[in-house]
Write a protein of this length. Structure first.
Length: 117
């Protein structure tokens, strides 16, 4: 088995043990174009859940602020009304995040196996 193919596959498999570190190191250290290509693809696929997590954090923060209503004098009281933004949207986002993370995990494993074949 070729060392370049093993290194390329390790970039994909690194989602299990070092999601950003290994592809980033391999991208800058490796002299071959093929290994750099796979390192870049695996790094970008590892960044998808992180980007979605940042968006989710913002959504959850907006949802938590929306749970409180501000009165005229500036005090914040817990909202008594139930709306989709306060409860449904964060829950829906967590489900989407879990599904997308699972898809990215499976995709990386499949790509790593394809590189080894």
């Amino acid at each position: 088995m070729d060392n370049q193919r093993i290194l390329s596959a390790l970039c994909y498999f690194s989602i299990l043990f070092a999601p950003f570190l290994l592809p980033l190191i391999v991208y800058f250290i490796s002299p071959t174009v093929e290994v750099k290509y796979h390192a870049k693809r695996s790094l970008l696929s590892h960044l998808i859940p992180v980007a979605l997590g940042i968006v989710g954090f913002i959504v959850l923060m907006i949802g938590s602020v929306a749970m409180f209503s501000t009165t005229v004098d500036g005090t914040m009281n817990p909202s008594t009304s139930f709306n989709f933004l306060t409860a449904g949207l964060p829950f829906l986002f967590m489900i989407v995040y879990g599904i997308l993370s699972l898809i990215v995990l499976i995709w990386n494993i499949v790509q790593g196996i394809k590189v080894l074949q």
